[in-house]
Design a protein around this ligand. Structure first.
Ligand code: TYD
Length: 130
């Protein structure tokens, strides 16, 4: 079973001109990227996620603001990450229940190993644990 972990992404540039960060399959993303989507304008009072994926692997990047991500595996082991740096990514393996909280007008860029399929989601917490 894979564990979630933070990945330092390449950061090119300097303070005077700004930066470019790069996520590239085969160099710093541990899967082939099939899909990219982004989550934005989520109010701070809302908790997103509350699901797990059967097969999909993901890398989440907070390109703006701050995101708290709580991950739980099927043994009920919980780990929490705070993303607030656009040159960091959080790798999330399959079978991790996730909860996302957005702060400071956060934008979450999500790189995904699969096309969208509702079949790949587990949306019932009890089903996830069993
Ligand atoms: P979901 O993954 O449940 O988002 P969150 O857990 O952050 O609330 O997706 C929300 C809705 O968007 C859901 O109805 C499915 C739809 N959706 C797509 O149609 N395609 C996609 O690639 C994604 C990620 C979501």
């Amino acid at each position: 079973m894979q564990e979630p972990y933070l990945i330092e992404l390449q950061k090119i540039g300097e303070e005077e001109i700004g930066y470019i960060s790069v996520a590239q399959a085969a160099s710093n993303v541990p899967f082939d990227i099939k899909r990219v989507y982004w989550i934005y304008q989520t109010p701070e009072t809302v908790e997103r996620g509350n699901h797990a994926h059967k097969n999909t692997l993901q890398l989440l990047i907070c390109v703006r603001g701050k995101i708290k991500i709580t991950l739980e595996n099927r043994h009920r082991k919980i780990v929490e990450f705070v993303l607030d740096d656009p040159n960091q990514g959080l790798f999330i393996p399959n079978y991790y229940w996730r909860k996302l909280n957005f702060f400071d007008e956060a934008i979450c860029l999500c790189l995904s190993s699969s096309d969208y399929s509702e079949e790949d989601y587990i949306r019932e917490y009890q089903e996830f644990l069993s």
